[in-house]
Write a protein that binds this ligand. Sequence first.
Ligand code: PHE
Length: 510
Amino acid sequence: MAGRSDAQRVTLHPMERTVLRSAAGRRRATFRELAEELGMKVDAVAKAAERLQMKGLARVEEVVVDRIASLSEEGMEYAARGLPERRLVEELRARGGSAELEELKGVIGARTVEIGIIWAKRNGWIEIARSDGRTLLKLVRYPDEPTEEEQVLRLLAEGPRRMGELGALVSACERLARRAGLVAIKEVREHVVTPTEEGMNLAVQVETLEEVSQLTPELIKTGRWRSVELSRYDVYAPVKPVFAAREHPLTSLIRKVREAFVELGFQEVKGPLVELAFWNFDALFQPQDHPAREMHDTFYLAWPDRGRVPEGMAERVRAAHENGGGTGSKGWRYRWSVEEASRLILRTHTTATTIRYLAEHREPPVKVFSVDRIFRNEKVNWKRLAEFHQIEGILMDRGVGLKHLMGVIKEFYARLGLREVRFRPSYFPYTEPSAEVDVYLKELGRWVELGGMGVFRPEVTRPLGVEHPVLAWGLGLERLAIIIYGVEDIRELYRNDLSWIRTVVPIDLR
Ligand code: PHE
């Protein structure tokens, strides 16, 4: 709309016309002056002025219209008791024109003397002489008239002043402002409207097309709508950002994970955070001397410290650990302790949750997942938390195998927008074969390890009475979140920094 060609007609809203006319009359006016003159609110003037600017009829600038000087606390004190240099020369005069430095300090204070000497010397009022280890101050000229600085102090002691009113004393005032901030100078800024040449011309024209911003019943009934112009919307006008309610970024990612698995026909399952070592480790064929069970990885409960291991199940798991229990395996060959299996811990992975579910659902097909919290006794730092989430799942059915597992995982990540997935052979005590899942992130230009997977060993499934192959996986959630949200420090996800939560946008993975 600004810089239109002559062919286009300029239209003015009544407010704009009023403001333009009045500004043109003064050539240049502040919002405040116009508001006063026109009996309008400053906001309304501002709006009209911005629109005039948009139409190329005026310029709006913020300018320093004045400066106001006022005394600081220290300035106030000097105004009352005199500047240090004044007090110094007064004291010297009272003592007949000279005095010893240390003695003066004792009378008017060391600080006053030190500051006073600097300025009194600069003004040519005193001289300093040294004789046998003593410092003597001598008065050379006593200033009878108050200095400019003193005049400023006296004026400002009555209250803040516009710099414009200080006349010849302005530079003295600025000197005081520089001198340890005795005077504070504040700039007064205001918005100023200056009509452009086009605006000036238009302001004197009587006939400009009337612009209205609201179509009223009156305009319609009288048919006057035909002769007016409706204000245009400026869809590019800056507005304040609005932060409407929004999900926490992590919650939002969890929701997407849920949606992906539900769409693939899985059901969500839940399990306890406080878990039996039995489900977390033993049922998963992890030997009882496995390093992951140690205190530095696992949180053990102090009270209550034991739970009840399901009996029949316990005996079959014992057999699997001790001699393979007829699964064709030789087992780990040690004495399995039900006492150890009954210890209560905070689950270290959600595989504890899916295995629990499997023990009660032995008939195919079983397709369940969980996105839930786990705990590991880790030192928290930028890349590690002690409490985090896993994306877990199992699929049990007749005749399923590794290729189906790879298919499910690929499909899952594809639904989150991550299309490059690779698998590396790996090891877990409870799966065979086992693999590590990596996802390629073009934003990072590298592969990121996101979890583990495999097919449960017979040593795991047989004791539960499960006859068919079970595909299982456990993937990191926070690892994925920091990539998707571009977070450098994993703790950021839990810091609840409102401005981050409000503004963070996931990388575009599509
Ligand atoms: N539980 C494993 C972990 O916490 C992941 C996993 C789950 C591996 C299921 C294989 C099968 O890292």
